[in-house]
Design a protein around this ligand. Structure first.
Ligand SMILES: NC(=O)c1ccc[n+]([C@@H]2O[C@H](COP(=O)([O-])OP(=O)(O)OC[C@H]3O[C@@H](n4cnc5c(N)ncnc54)[C@H](O)[C@@H]3O)[C@@H](O)[C@H]2O)c1
Length: 336
């Protein structure tokens, strides 16, 4: 019998790569997405078209906040693994439309957890975010650090997801892994993210907004590194720790783990812009702006947990990631 995988958010940026890789490896993949219009749904459709060309892919258009639909799906399908990536993403949009985060990130996480527990899923892997580190100033960010001071509602929902997942892991011995992604970049990326916005503006001769006078640092992480991390870690099923000690770095005996996946080499915003200028062969016109509400100054991942567990750490040079994106973007924008 073939192994069944559910990828939520399969029409999204990261979900598309994950679903495609599982299909390539011969799994029976169900991709679920509500195809909402937070950004241009044509991009989601185009990713789906690619997935549909792979024989072992089934698409379900549904909302993860729909309790009945989700319960029926888990009852009827018996998934072995679930990679839960559907969410309302974006830090800034959480100031504008907070309820979208409550529906997709809180209720949606609950339906996934319930479905996994009711149907005995062997491993749930879900997307958390570097934004959970909020006001922390200790660098690099470690999963052993306390993360109690989010600066956006988005971050608060992602931190809540980790706590909800931990409770299910402990109560029902459901193996769960949370992955804190750090600014993911690459072809098929999101139009609301800086790489897309800057590339578009630079190529079209428009000015770009540079927040906090460019004094921001991000651990930009290549999508291929994120994919490698997800595919490796989904094979490492957390176990409960019978001999758990209170001073253990995991701080819990439950079958629950959390990892950072970041490049471990933060780049300054102005260097990021220079990399885009180099790829585009055009100089940017910069409009300096103050710090934005909800933003953090720096993200910097300690990836020792990932490295110890699967022997891998993201290491793609930023210029290479930017070049891949700009190359793809030129093709995409010429067709749309
Ligand atoms: N891209 C990044 O830099 C980054 C960083 C940290 C965390 N994350 C997290 O990784 C995950 C994937 O992010 P992404 O960049 O691919 O975002 P994305 O927006 O491209 O993908 C999310 C997908 O989920 C779908 N979706 C949203 N709400 C839904 C709902 N209620 N029901 C069904 N489908 C729904 C969307 O239509 C979208 O296709 C998200 O959980 C995000 O919060 C991403």
């Amino acid at each position: 019998m073939s192994v069944k995988i559910l990828v939520t958010g399969a029409a999204g940026f990261i979900g598309f790569y994950v679903a495609r890789e599982f299909c390539r490896q011969g799994y029976d993949v169900t991709g679920l997405d509500n195809l909402n219009d937070y950004y241009d749904p044509r991009l989601k459709q185009a990713r789906l078209e690619q997935l549909k060309e792979l024989g072992n892919f089934t698409f379900i258009k549904a909302d993860i906040a729909d309790r009945e639909v989700m319960a029926d799906l888990f009852r009827s399908q018996k998934f072995s693994r679930v990679i839960h990536l559907a969410a309302q993403a974006g830090v800034r949009y959480s100031l504008e439309n907070p309820m979208a985060y409550a529906d997709s990130n809180l209720t949606g996480m609950m339906t996934v957890l319930e479905g996994c527990r009711q149907s005995g899923v062997e491993h749930l892997v879900f997307a958390s975010s570097s934004s959970v580190y909020g006001m922390n100033s200790k660098m690099p960010y470690s999963v052993a650090d306390a993360v109690d001071h989010p600066v956006s509602l988005y971050a608060a929902t992602k931190r809540s997801n980790e706590l909800m997942a931990h409770s299910y892991a402990q109560l029902y011995q459901l193996p769960v892994t949370g992955l804190r992604f750090f600014t993911v970049c690459g072809p098929w990326g999101r139009p609301d993210m800086a790489l897309w916005k800057f590339t578009r503006a630079i190529l079209e001769g428009e000015a770009i907004d540079v927040f906090n006078q460019g004094e921001l640092w991000r651990d930009f992480t290549d999508i291929d590194d994120i994919l490698k991390g997800i595919m490796s870690i989904q094979n490492v099923i957390p176990e409960s720790m019978a001999n758990f000690r209170n001073d253990s770095p995991d701080k819990s005996s439950a079958p629950y783990r959390v990892y950072n996946i970041g490049n471990n080499q933060p780049a300054k915003l102005t260097d990021f812009i220079s990399a885009i200028e180099q790829s585009c062969g055009v100089k940017a016109t910069k409009r300096y702006q103050p710090m934005q509400a909800g933003d953090v100054f720096k993200t910097f991942a300690d990836v020792s947990g990932l490295e110890e567990q699967v022997g891998f750490r993201p290491d793609t040079p930023l210029q290479e990631t930017v070049d891949k994106f700009v190359h793809w973007y030129k093709f995409w924008s010429s067709e749309h």
